[in-house]
Write a protein that binds this ligand. Structure first.
Ligand code: NAD
Length: 509
């Protein structure tokens, strides 16, 4: 199905200006960075990118602001984030408009992304009255041993196009209450959303008396990110994007003994066991695989189905895939918006050509849509592909809505297939057998950072730590104790006796 006609680029430009205007954000017009919409594939505005001098200035200002911010009491730092959360609530619809215009998300997913930002602000405000250290039993009489958490420094946040606002907020809300200052290098594909977020944070800072330089935005491509990666004054580089990017960023930050937090690609799978409730599994699978047009890091890319139910499940999925409304993401009936670019569509077609040469069979979908209405855009039917084995193309992350379907006979075999990919982000099992579910969640089960039961691989809540293992980079963001990545622990030994006993019973003098 194709939903209503697409908006024109002029209409999108007007809508983007209206959203930015309501928020109050200035657009630094120029001609070195285009702001573009995947809805039509055309440019909306030309923008000015950050120069080397801007980057230098941002790091210097962020470092100076850090010296004041780190000694501001954490609950007062939380006031800034509380105000940001209020402004996000007020401008939820405007921000969601920008997310749809720049990332192509359907309306309810764009609103969901802004809700996630509000949720993480609430979480961070609570955290601002916690940031607990521990008291540890000392082996020496009259001594106290304690662990204290201190602010870390300047944090560079490098983010991807597919969560143009939420990933920034996961990092920034937590980093700010932890006493760090933040420099944000967003994706070059989503500059307008970042201008809006930066403006709201600047407003929150002005209204709560926080230094403006607790946050700086640097628009531009990877070269701007590289400057931050190599700057020894940047204590933590939190980088979200492809595994290719992480392979470049990780070693460069490590070479200067900086810290990095890497959130990279996934190749997420779900196991569907014979006892699975298919009425629950089918919509969960379709949302996880086709939602956001397959452009979530947690998108379901591999389905590992028990042989006895494979035909039934494939039949139901095929029927669901042929009914998916594809097109204008502003239309409430649309479920699948555009891919980010025609090069993403080319990558999808290339993966499909390769998998077919390796024996894969297309079961449903895969055709381009709206090519006449919007030749520069990339609308496509999500595609379901049956494969007999996990070939090299299946083991890669293709950032598009391709779901590979494999079959298994024993749970051991399913878990081996599941873990036999380089990435380790999200995973799930659909089963009503408690023993199977527990095995999947155990140390011998899924090797991912996220492991779910009877729910898809995508759509995490902010309360848990988010991230994954292996080529996914090992970082954890958002909830649980992910805040510890944004602080440095200090161990304190306090002697309140009049003696000087040495540890390990050593005598000296
Ligand atoms: P990308 O790697 O092309 O770009 C991500 C960001 O990194 C951009 O801001 C880009 O300018 C910057 N960048 C690229 N190379 C760099 C370098 N050498 N030094 C410094 N900065 C550099 O990714 P993308 O296409 O925007 O996003 C899609 C990818 O992101 C997918 O692989 C997806 O799985 C991943 N992703 C992961 C998570 C997660 O939490 N694990 C979340 C969202 C997206």
């Amino acid at each position: 199905m194709t939903s209503t006609a697409l908006p024109t680029t002029d209409e999108l430009r007007t809508r983007a200006r209206a959203a930015l205007g309501t928020i109050g954000a200035d657009v630094p017009e120029g001609d070195d960075l285009p702001a573009r919409s995947p809805l039509t594939g055309e440019n909306l505005f030309g923008l000015t990118a950050a120069t080397d001098a801007d980057t230098e200035d941002a790091v210097t200002a962020a470092r100076t602001a850090f010296l004041a911010w780190r000694v501001t009491p954490a609950p007062r730092r939380g006031e800034l984030v509380r105000r940001l959360g209020e402004l996000l609530r007020e401008h939820k619809s405007d921000l969601a408009d920008l997310v749809t215009i720049e990332a192509g998300k359907i309306r309810s997913e764009a609103l969901g992304e802004i809700q996630e930002m509000i949720d993480v602000c609430d979480f961070a405000v609570g955290l601002s009255r916690q940031l607990y250290g521990r008291t540890i039993a000392s082996e020496r009489p009259g001594h106290r041993l304690a662990e204290t958490w201190h602010p870390l420094g300047v944090v560079a946040v490098i983010s991807a196009f597919n969560f143009p606002a939420a990933v920034w907020s996961w990092n920034t809300a937590i980093a700010l209450v932890c006493g760090d200052t933040v420099i944000w290098k967003p994706s070059e594909l989503t500059p307008l959303t970042s201008l809006a977020c930066d403006h709201l944070l600047a407003r929150a800072a002005a209204e709560t008396g926080a230094p403006r330089a607790v946050h700086r935005l640097l628009l531009g491509d990877r070269t701007v990110g590289e400057k931050l990666v190599d700057d020894a004054r940047v204590a933590l580089v939190s980088a979200t994007g492809s595994t290719r990017m992480g392979r470049e960023v990780g070693p460069r930050v490590a070479a200067r003994f900086g810290r990095s937090l890497l959130e990279l690609g996934g190749n997420n799978a779900a196991i569907v066991a014979p006892s699975a409730d298919l009425d629950l599994a089918v919509p969960a699978i379709v949302f996880a695989a086709a939602g956001t047009a397959g452009q979530r890091c947690t998108t379901l890319r591999r389905l590992i189905v028990h042989r006895d139910i494979a035909d039934t499940l494939i039949e139901r999925l095929t029927a669901a895939y042929t009914r998916l409304p594809i097109g204008n993401p502003f239309d409430d009936t649309t479920l699948v918006g555009p891919l980010i670019s025609t090069s993403a569509l080319d990558a999808m077609h290339s993966a499909l050509t390769r998998v077919q040469a390796q024996g894969g069979k297309i079961l449903a979908g895969g055709n381009r849509r709206l090519a006449t209405a919007a030749p520069a855009a990339a609308y496509t039917e999500p595609v379901l592909v049956r494969v007999d084995e996990q070939t090299d193309v299946v083991r890669e992350e293709t950032f598009a809505p391709i779901l590979y379907v494999l079959t298994y006979d024993t749970l051991d075999e399913a878990i081996t297939l599941h873990n036999d990919v380089p990435q380790g982000l999200s995973s799930s099992i659909f089963t009503r057998d408690q023993q199977e579910a527990e095995i999947f969640l155990s140390a011998a089960g899924s090797d991912c950072g996220i492991a779910n039961v009877n729910i898809g691989t995508s759509g995490a809540e902010i309360g848990g730590a988010f991230g994954g293992e292996k080529d996914t980079g090992g970082g954890r963001e958002s909830g649980s104790d992910a805040w510890k990545s944004y602080m440095r622990p200090a161990t304190n030994t306090i002697n309140y006796s009049s003696e000087l006993p040495l540890a390990q019973g050593i005598s000296f003098l």
